[in-house]
Design a protein around this ligand. Structure first.
Ligand code: PEP
Length: 249
């Protein structure tokens, strides 16, 4: 059993508006009570300033959905880790499957992004996970280990500074969740890989993501190697997100 604080991070993806964000965050903050886990919301970049202001003084941390692998310069459309830091961003999603799939992000790019985030004092949440085809071909372990290996030895940083999210691609946005046993099995593989690389592996938070919701969160979060959740769709509804937070004891 581990005793570290769990982390529940919402991923709003490309959703929101000034009005909707305000209503959602006000409801989340009002309903948090004495939440015993860490809470974050990964928001679209244009709303960082708004969300920083709305969450100021609350227990909700701000996260970004991506970060550039470059430090600065002629990279039109990119947002640097330093800029995120300017807006009080605490965590940056890195290597989300939608970035890997639609933007061709390779393991090398993901590692560069994680490195940039750490250098700026932003904690990367590195996402790994297999596609349905890979699972059916018995490749789950090979794929997630390869993805994690890419970030395990970052220059000048210990892997214990990173959060890892296991997100089976077939479970993201599909309503098809990994069973607690399936998720735990992969988390145990990742934990063992981390343990082989760092004496601090037990400190690293391993989140599960993929159709986590108010009904299935408690069982998933009760698994010994699941230290929190990365929540997409359900993070856009305050009552659902709050129930997931309440399940993260
Ligand atoms: C995600 O976007 O990381 C995610 C897990 O989405 P959903 O919860 O909607 O499956």
């Amino acid at each position: 059993m581990n005793s570290k604080k769990k982390l529940i991070a919402g991923n709003w993806k490309m959703n929101g508006s000034l009005a909707a964000n305000e209503a959602l965050l006000r409801a989340i903050i009002a309903g948090l009570g004495d939440a015993v886990c860490d809470v974050a919301v990964a928001v679209p970049a244009p709303y960082l300033a708004q969300v920083q202001s709305l969450t100021s003084g609350s227990a909700v941390s701000v996260a970004s959905q991506d970060v550039s692998q470059h430090e600065a310069g002629a990279f039109t459309g990119e947002v640097s880790a330093g800029m995120l830091k300017d807006f009080g961003v605490r965590y940056a999603l890195v290597g989300h499957s939608e970035r890997r799939q639609y933007h061709g992000e390779t393991d090398v790019v993901v590692a560069e992004k994680a490195q940039r985030a750490l250098a700026a004092g932003v904690t990367p949440i590195v996402c790994v996970g297999e596609t349905l085809q890979e699972r059916e071909a018995g490749q789950t372990e090979v794929v997630v280990k390869r993805q994690l290996a890419a970030v395990i030895h970052l220059n000048g940083h210990c892997i214990s500074e990173v959060v890892v999210a296991y997100e089976p691609v077939w479970a993201i946005g599909t309503g098809r969740t990994a069973s607690p046993e399936q998720a735990q099995a992969v988390h145990a593989v990742l934990r063992a890989q981390l343990a082989a690389a760092s004496e601090h592996a037990d400190r690293i938070r391993l989140l599960y993501g993929g159709s986590m919701n108010a009904a299935n969160a408690a069982q998933l979060l009760a698994q010994p190697d699941i230290d929190g959740g990365l929540v997409g769709g359900a993070s856009l509804k305050a009552p659902d997100f709050l129930q997931i937070i309440a399940a993260a004891r």
